[in-house]
Write a new protein. Structure first.
Length: 363
């Protein structure tokens, strides 16, 4: 499925270098602003240890991981919402993405230039967030000026007009739409307009082990400690190695700088996967063991259509085993059945992360 994560940030903060690490590509990552003009696109496997553990119990010819698309998007500058830099193009590229990875520079290095000639992560975060906010505000104000038109299947009735006024009011206060609560009906309408500040976002802090970087990270934590924001401090070098430890600002007020540790870059990919509110289910057999991606809350019938449209059209029911039950009984299906851990589920069953599924259908 075409789920997309966009890597954004000011020019020259390490977006393309991170993109190269995750995708194993070699896009230009030079020491000057706007090295990236058109977005680079890479398809990245979501490495899931559960596939290998399933494979240890079932003899299969191959393992197939699920994937996410990552976009390396050109650097944003102050005034982009009014066309500065690569502004309008940049913002349109973000609209194509389902989630945002906001990369921030948190280190001093005289050999690597900064577009504003000084290192101030909080200022840089504010610049990016305000430009996204201004872009949404512009869209909403244009809608009000043409409120007699019909957008797709939505008519701008009094209910939607009141919602638009509410969003404008909050954006003018500096509150991104993702931090507000909306009903399902409201979200359907707002998502149709593809607002940038409504997209889920996490921060990637490009840092070092120097004390000055520690101070920068602590300032970011202090500012955002009351918000549920995912952040991954990481150290990226030209040899494409990465060190990282994820933090939830809502849970930690003080960051132990020594927690930065050497991890596989797939942890960042997994974080992007979770940011998109995706889950994984599996199919397993002698030909292949495969991971499939669906959104949280998807029905089993809808999920069957990922494998083949005929599965969804002729869906009868599905045999489901949880990953944990499968491993506990060491892949012995007879024992799984004996102890009642194999379930027959109908079309309204909501897929759970780690389900191992066999679809029954008729065409």
């Amino acid at each position: 499925m075409g789920f997309k994560c966009g890597i954004i940030g000011l020019p020259n903060v390490g977006k393309s270098t991170l993109f190269n690490i995750m995708t194993n590509l070699k896009v230009p990552a030079e020491n000057f602003p706007f090295c990236t003009i058109k977005p680079n696109i890479g398809v990245v496997p979501v490495i899931d240890y559960r596939l290998k553990e399933i494979a240890q119990q079932i003899v299969s010819k191959k393992i197939i991981y699920t994937f996410i698309n990552f976009f390396d998007i050109a650097g944003l500058v102050k005034g982009a919402s009014k066309g500065a830099g690569l502004g309008n193009s940049f913002l349109e590229n973000i609209k194509e993405c389902n989630a945002i990875l906001h990369m921030v520079r948190c280190f001093n290095n005289d050999n690597i230039s900064h577009i504003y000639n000084s290192i101030d992560p909080l200022r840089d975060i504010e610049i990016i967030n305000m430009e996204l906010l201004f872009s949404d505000l512009t869209v909403l104000e244009k809608i009000l000026s043409k409120k007699n038109i019909i957008h797709k299947k939505f008519e701008y009735d009094n209910y939607n007009i009141k919602l638009i006024h509410f969003c404008i009011c909050q954006l003018k206060k500096g509150v991104p739409l993702r931090e507000l609560f909306f009903s399902k009906k409201e979200l359907i309408f707002l998502n149709s307009l593809n607002f940038l500040t409504l997209k889920p976002m996490m921060y990637i802090l490009n840092t070092t082990l120097h004390h000055s970087s520690k101070i920068m990270i602590e300032k970011i934590l202090e500012k955002f400690q009351k918000k549920k924001i995912k952040v991954i401090p990481c150290i990226i070098n030209n040899n494409f190695s990465i060190y990282s430890d994820s933090i939830n600002f809502a849970q930690k007020k003080i960051y132990n700088f020594n927690n930065i540790k050497n991890i596989n870059f797939h942890d960042i990919v997994r974080s992007g996967y979770m940011l998109l509110q995706l889950i994984t289910f599996f199919t397993a057999g002698p030909k292949e063991i495969r991971a499939w991606t669906v959104r949280q809350g998807s029905t089993i019938k809808k999920a069957s259509g990922l494998i083949h449209t005929d599965f969804e059209k002729g869906f009868i029911r599905a045999q489901v085993i949880s990953y944990h039950d499968f491993i506990y009984y060491k892949g012995d299906i007879k024992k799984v059945k004996k102890f009642g851990r194999l379930r027959l589920e109908g079309k309204k069953y909501i897929v759970q992360d780690g389900d191992i599924v066999t679809f029954l259908f008729n065409i």
